[in-house]
Design a protein around this ligand. Structure first.
Ligand code: ADP
Ligand code: GN1
Ligand code: MG
Length: 398
């Protein structure tokens, strides 16, 4: 009889790809997994997902004859300086979500928030001899993440799920969450870091990207817009996700609805607009994030409309100032991420995982081309927000 999963332990590497990250072999991964409080025998460890930051593996465990999957992740501790505080945040967030979900009798609750599997010593992480930090989550089955969205309905559901996540966390008890990366979306500070990288020119790349540096210089003023309104008390701080890239929400295979928001490393105080902005950047993009043919790059207004509809169907907490800036938020976040890709390119690709030379430069060029596209469509995007907010709450916008 044919087995339903491979008998021999296997590991799948990113063979032949240039990576700026370490790889771990099967034996090492098994050793790490054995320190977690899970039963069964590991038969597979496969690199998983397309995230730029952590090292993610899908682990297959044979549990008394049934194959069970887990997600094993190495937390990137050169980026997240205090992984213990980060895991404390994640436990608080997921337990709060869970308390809301289980208040009914939802048999699918363990697919609707991440579940951290504790280590054998009770901690929510394991440290290996090399100083790496590892964590394990239950694997959410029958759902997918998408790097690109082709379907208005998926856009609606993804944006709705991110708004629902903000809603769920609005009343999280226990004081302020740790800031796992301070000033994460502070665009003026991101520009200061870019200025330093330009002045240093440590890899001799400034001349090649002078057009992109000029592009930023022409837009310095507007990059401070949301921070200023926040400082003026017009836009409130909320608990936000801060990394609402489209592949950080899992959509249910059967219903197409957002089932679980994942990648919770940056959940901390922030602006709701940044979360909406990053969904626009990633979901309304007409191309891949690193597309080299800029004629294919742009922002799709019909997807944008579905995102606004999905987000506003759930984000009923937004104030007038937030609504006024909703269309602009996509442009600002796209600009900010472009600045970060550019800075990383100038600094020798230290931060974002790359698979080829020039990838961060190309990612930056795509972001800036999308900013141009959003600038050209600014009036249409504003009109979409006005029309949708009027239909969602007729008394609110004229
Ligand atoms: P990164 O910070 O590197 O982006 P993520 O936490 O987003 O890492 O994980 C990378 C990918 O792994 C996700 O896009 C998703 O496809 C998959 N993934 C993460 N967590 C789970 C989970 N609990 N169940 C199933 N798939 C998951
Ligand atoms: C990173 O981890 P991932 O791939 O979901 C980054 C985001 C960027 C994104 C760009 C912690 O997200 O801020 O927007 O790449 N995450 C972190 O694709 O820096
Ligand atoms: Mg991710």
């Amino acid at each position: 009889m044919r087995p339903i999963w491979p008998i021999w332990p296997i590991i799948i590497f990113n063979q032949g790809k240039k990576m700026n990250r370490a790889e771990f072999d099967f034996a090492t991964l098994c050793e790490v997994v054995h320190n977690f409080n899970l039963q069964g025998d590991v038969f597979r460890a496969e690199r998983y997902g397309s995230g730029h930051i952590n090292d993610t593996y899908k682990i297959g465990v044979n549990l008394a004859g049934s194959p069970i999957n887990y997600i094993l992740q190495r937390i990137n501790h050169s980026i997240f300086k205090q992984p213990d505080q980060l895991m404390e945040n994640i436990l608080r967030v997921t337990e709060h979500q869970r308390s809301k979900l289980s208040s009914g009798s939802d048999v699918d609750a363990s697919r609707k928030s991440l579940t951290v599997v504790a280590a054998k010593d009770g901690l929510p992480y394991v440290r290996d001899d090399a100083g790496n930090w590892w964590r394990v989550y239950l694997f959410i089955e029958k759902a997918q993440t998408w790097d690109r969205i082709e379907n208005n309905n998926f856009a609606f559901e993804a944006a709705k799920a991110f708004a629902g996540f903000q809603n769920q966390l609005a009343d999280i008890p226990g004081g302020r969450l740790h800031e796992t990366i301070p000033d994460f979306h502070h665009t003026p500070k991101r520009i200061e870091t870019l200025d330093r990288a330009v002045a240093e020119d440590s890899h001799g790349r400034v001349a090649e990207v002078q057009a992109e540096i000029d592009f930023v210089n022409q837009r310095r003023e507007e990059c401070a817009r949301l921070i200023r309104r926040c400082e003026a008390g017009e836009i409130p701080e909320r608990i936000t996700h801060n990394d609402t890239k489209i592949n950080n929400v899992m959509l249910d295979d059967a219903s197409g609805k957002g089932i679980c928001v994942i990648d919770l490393d940056t959940v901390m105080p922030g602006l709701a607009l940044y979360d909406f902005g990053d969904v626009v950047r990633s979901a309304a993009a007409a191309s891949r994030e690193d597309e080299q043919d800029l004629t294919k790059v742009g922002t799709r207004i019909e997807i944008f409309e579905s995102l606004v509809e999905g987000y506003l169907s759930e984000a009923t907490f937004l104030n007038e100032a937030e609504l006024e800036e909703l269309a602009f938020s996509g442009r600002l976040i796209t600009m900010t991420i472009g600045i970060r890709f550019l800075t990383d390119y100038l600094s020798g690709d230290q931060y974002f995982r790359t698979h080829r030379e020039g990838q961060n430069r190309d990612r930056c060029r795509v972001q800036f081309q999308m900013v141009r596209s959003m600038e050209a469509q600014a009036d249409a995007m504003e009109a979409v927000v006005r029309a949708v907010s009027k239909s969602v709450s007729p008394g609110r916008c004229s």
